[in-house]
Design a protein around this ligand. Structure first.
Ligand SMILES: Cc1cc2nc3c(=O)[nH]c(=O)nc-3n(C[C@H](O)[C@H](O)[C@H](O)COP(=O)(O)O)c2cc1C
Length: 413
């Protein structure tokens, strides 16, 4: 059943009016402006949005509550979700002055043969059709327009062939959840390779389920009949496969899976979901071509550790042998800069581009990419680093403690 955005905004306005009139609320004036106008009514064009946090606020108004809850949720008490953001405050930038940065800022990267105009990759997100009908194809068109590399989820809403066509061959990698039947996993790999994907990213951080409480709480505010859309629906990558009784997770996987994947595909193999140095070393030892340092956007184990805090030990363990990509909590160009300075070859964003998608479809994703690229370019020029290659460890320092949430400026929008 399509979600009625107007009703959602109406509900929100009524709720704010109720709050404004409540004796519990002491400062009516602070609320009165919002009562008159929601952010969605104020910002009707993606070009008016000034940062990804505003895009999140807009998506919150437009995306059905249960779907928005699915998007923003971490696990348990969202401790790791906060750590992914706060972790970045541990690292401070050391800018250098009087460097000629008058030329164009070169943000291009080449990771395992994938060329991109920006080091910001689109991380794999399942069920993007729940945020906007443009879904993965819309995100791919935005990525193509702005020159970003994209990783497509096993749980994507759009068929992989359509996404590769929209983004262009060589610029989409396939994220794999191995099923518990190897012949099915092989079938997925074959389809991804035939579609034109040049690498597969095996996600290894969800072997045992997860507890997404924020998602459950927001779903309570959604009275639509979920089964009407969700019942018995397999994602497009499973078309032609009888999924009856097939599990989407294989909890028995061990490191030899890298070799087994390599036996059936010529795609490069990256392992997504590595968080500690010893695992990074094992990934190299077992032949992985790359690592995605990720905690699934704080949706797997509630470790309490931000991914950026894991990066130094992973980089040290890998010791330059294979590229490391990091995702989780990246919301600013300065975050991208810090990750690159600590040794990442590229970074991934998940929720931010989905907020753009939820708010404005493809145009919203383009705006999110523009905003982050602009912030990164400003940071690079401001730090005296006109190219990605120039950004090194001297430009960042670990001060050893985080700045708590609530003092992160616009993050609290
Ligand atoms: C709604 C949602 C769905 C996701 N689906 C997948 C998925 O299907 N496969 C996967 O490997 N990671 C998935 N992830 C994790 C992302 O690929 C990525 O690691 C994470 O979103 C990065 O953190 P960020 O959202 O803070 O940028 C998902 C994350 C979210 C928020």
């Amino acid at each position: 059943m399509p979600f009625n955005q107007k009703n959602n905004q109406g509900y929100r306005r009524e709720f704010l009016k109720f709050l404004a009139g409540s004796p519990l609320l002491t400062s009516y004036s602070a609320f009165s402006q919002e009562v008159e106008e929601t952010l969605g009514e104020k910002l009707t064009n993606p070009g008016q949005v000034i940062n990804v946090f505003e895009m999140e606020a807009l998506a919150r108004e437009k995306v059905p509550p249960a779907h928005f809850g699915y998007l923003i949720s971490g696990v348990d008490s969202d401790t790791t979700l906060r750590a992914n953001r706060e972790g970045y405050t541990r690292f401070q930038i050391h800018p250098r002055r009087l460097v000629d940065v008058s030329g164009p800022t070169d943000m291009s990267v080449n990771v395992l043969g994938a060329e991109a105009r920006s080091p910001i990759f689109l991380s794999p997100i399942g069920s993007t059709g729940g945020f906007h009908p443009d879904a993965d194809v819309g995100a791919a068109r935005a990525a193509a327009a702005k020159g970003h590399h994209m990783i497509l989820s096993t749980q994507a809403s759009s068929p992989i062939e359509d996404v590769v066509q929209a983004r262009g061959e060589g610029s989409v990698w396939f994220q794999l959840y191995s099923t518990d039947r190897w012949e099915y996993t092989e079938a997925l790999l074959r389809r991804a390779e035939a579609a034109g994907c040049t690498a597969v990213c095996l996600t290894v951080d969800l072997p045992g389920g997860r507890n997404t409480e924020t998602s459950a709480v927001l779903a309570r505010g959604d009275d639509r009949f979920c089964e009407e859309c969700h019942y018995g629906q397999a994602k497009p990558i499973f078309d032609g496969l009888d999924m009856q009784g097939v599990g989407l997770v294989d909890a028995a996987l061990t490191w030899d899976v890298i070799g087994r994947i390599k036996d059936v595909t010529n795609m490069k193999v990256l392992i997504k979901g590595i968080e500690v140095g010893p695992d990074a070393a094992l990934a190299v030892q077992y032949g992985a071509d790359g690592i995605i340092l990720s905690n699934h956007g704080a949706r797997a184990t509630d470790t309490g550790r931000g991914t950026i805090e894991c990066l130094p030990e992973v980089i040290a363990a890998v010791n330059g042998r294979i590229p490391v990509i990091i995702d989780g909590g990246i919301r600013r160009g300065t975050d991208v800069f810090k990750a690159l300075a600590l040794g990442a070859s590229a970074v991934g964003i998940g929720r931010p581009y989905c907020w753009g998608l939820g708010a404005f479809g493809q145009a919203g994703v383009e705006r999110v990419l523009d905003l982050l690229n602009r912030e990164l370019a400003i940071t690079m020029r401001g730090s005296g680093t006109p190219s990605i290659a120039a950004i090194g460890p001297d430009y960042v320092q670990d001060v050893g403690h985080r700045v708590p949430r609530g003092t992160l400026g616009r993050d609290i929008l």
